[in-house]
Design a protein around this ligand. Structure first.
Ligand SMILES: *Cc1c(COP(=O)(O)O)cnc(C)c1O
Length: 235
């Protein structure tokens, strides 16, 4: 552990700002989400002290322990927690109680489960539709050809509000290789905007440690960064 979280975050912020400016946007138009899966609370505290306020978890069970402990320890802190991994429908109620935003709405079934639990909780949950842009069989997400119709169905559900799209690009050595994936998500967003002008399609959550610079250049408004901020995860 040569480098501190504050050092890493400073470097990430600089890189994000440069990429945003290159894409004709302001640095503050790109939200950095610290991905805290496998990261212990003490390091999340360190990131918070360095100014990070948005966090992402991909598993409800792991998140439940952490977020509950975090809220008990710091009821005054307004951290925002994002669910970024596949949600099993039997965990929808817990997810609605834990997360401010659910980015991984990857099927109509998941959307319906979140809707039902959100209505019961008296909440309106902001959500992103997850798109499997590459059509990879091992990945969750709407097929790009299905998302236009699905968006109409999800938009009719009570208790949630679509605010954009999310994708996980294939893991490749050269981030330039996934630029077309990010570009396609942006183009899909543009088509959805025309189809459903009353939905605020403001967010494109795309880009992780390996490829966030390219994602920002292609229009990302949220990048989900684990290793760039917290270092390598234990194997
Ligand atoms: C783990 C994870 C990330 C962060 O990955 P890094 O390579 O550590 O930046 C982002 N998004 C999702 C959905 C993840 O599961």
């Amino acid at each position: 552990m040569s480098e501190s979280i504050a050092d890493r975050l400073a470097r990430v912020r600089q890189t994000v700002a440069e990429a945003a400016l290159r894409s004709g946007r302001r640095p503050e138009d790109v939200l950095i989400i610290g991905v805290t899966k496998t990261v212990p609370l003490v390091l999340i505290e360190e990131a918070w002290a360095a100014g990070l306020q948005h966090f992402g978890e991909n598993r409800v069970q792991e998140a439940e322990e952490k977020i509950t402990a975090w809220r008990a320890a710091h009821p005054e802190r307004q951290a925002t927690w994002h669910l970024i991994g596949h949600l099993q429908t039997n965990k929808a109620r817990t997810a609605v109680s834990l997360f401010e935003m659910i980015q991984s709405i990857d099927s109509l079934r998941v959307a319906e489960a979140v809707s039902r639990r959100a209505v019961q909780a008296g909440r309106t949950v902001p959500v992103l539709l997850e798109v499997n842009v590459g059509g990879e069989p091992t990945k969750y997400g709407f097929h790009p050809d299905a998302v236009i119709e699905a968006a109409g169905q999800v938009a009719r559900l009570p208790g949630l509000r679509i605010v954009g799209l999310m994708t996980v690009a294939p893991l490749v050595a050269d981030p330039e290789a996934v630029r077309p994936v990010f570009r396609r998500l942006r183009e899909l967003r543009d088509r959805l905007q025309i189809h459903y002008p009353s939905i605020p399609w403001q967010h494109l959550s795309m880009g992780m440690t390996n490829d966030y610079v390219v994602a920002i250049e292609e229009g990302a408004t949220m990048v989900r960064l684990g290793r760039a901020i917290f270092g390598e995860r234990p194997a």
